[in-house]
Design a protein around this ligand. Structure first.
Ligand code: NDP
Length: 252
């Protein structure tokens, strides 16, 4: 991957843990400059220092994708440090399962604002960069991290699944706008992956159910998803892996 990813400038959202951290490491190892976005500044600082110590280039940019002013400020910080971006990984997300009948409007709002509107805010902040890079004949990538939950209905994950179905459809529709401008749009749908995602679940029964799945099925690692993303963006620029489902072998 190294030759093709070298000299690229990437933004990875949700880089404070899990898939985002692993993806930032993988892109940096392939030679990209990487802007690390999330809310936990301490995590981002540690990761930026680690990447820099390994000979890579990274900056920590504290950002909350649910806050338009925060995304605007982050985009400015990225542009000031790195100039034009040509690779965006929209990975920040939250998963807050509960029966719809529980009426958790707080959770619905947070998931929609992070997983869908947050993705749109980041797209809005960097699409002009991607189009400009492509117009210069450079590779340009928008990668959206959706979920297998966009296709398979899991009980009590209705709103999470709805946000991810929206991301999958958004990716497909955006290709019709950006593909003709030589910007690739890639939608990644992971299955069960061992990260901090379950930590925010406040329903003990559903948390226990998910922990049980992790005990039953050898899950994917964040690095498995990161390798897929690094591979996807390192194809020759006329090749767009537009939609990839990646599951643990034992996940039905
Ligand atoms: P993690 O919880 O480890 O990572 C989520 C990341 O998103 C964190 O870095 C978090 O950082 C960041 N984040 C959350 N809210 C915001 C916000 N408002 N603004 C900015 N950043 C935010 O879980 P994963 O690595 O698993 O999740 C990454 C993506 O993968 C998510 O979109 C998830 O839905 C998707 N996914 C995960 C699967 C799995 O099994 N783990 C399966 C399918 C899809 P901070 O809290 O510091 O902001």
């Amino acid at each position: 991957n190294t030759a093709r990813t070298a000299a690229r400038t990437a933004v990875v959202t949700g880089a404070a843990s899990g898939i985002g951290t692993a993806t930032a490491r993988a892109l940096a190892a392939d030679g990209a400059r990487v802007a690390l976005l999330a809310r936990r500044t301490d995590r981002l600082d540690t990761l930026a220092a680690e990447i820099t110590a390994a000979g890579g280039r990274a900056i920590a940019v504290t950002a909350d994708v649910t806050d338009q002013a925060s995304v605007d400020a982050a985009a400015k910080a990225v542009h000031d440090a790195f100039g034009r971006v040509d690779l965006v990984v929209n990975n920040a997300g939250v998963m807050l399962p509960n029966p719809v009948a529980a009426g958790r409007v707080d959770e619905w709002t947070r998931m929609i604002d992070t997983n869908l509107t947050g993705v749109l805010r980041v797209i809005d902040a960097f699409t002009a960069d991607l189009a400009a890079a492509a117009a210069d004949g450079r590779p340009a990538d928008l990668v959206n991290v959706s979920s297998i939950a966009s296709h398979i209905a899991f009980p009590d994950y209705a709103v999470y699944g709805a946000t991810k179905a929206a991301v999958t459809q958004l990716s497909a529709a955006l290709r019709t706008e950006l593909g003709p401008r030589d910007v690739r749009v890639s939608n990644i749908e992971p299955g069960l992956t061992d990260t901090e995602l379950p930590h925010a679940i406040d329903n003990p029964e559903l948390r226990g159910q998910l922990d049980g799945m992790f005990q039953q099925i050898p899950s994917l690692t964040a690095e498995d998803i990161a390798e897929l993303i690094a591979f996807t963006v390192s194809r020759p620029k006329h090749v767009n892996l537009r939609h990839t489902v990646i599951l643990p072998t034992r996940q039905a």
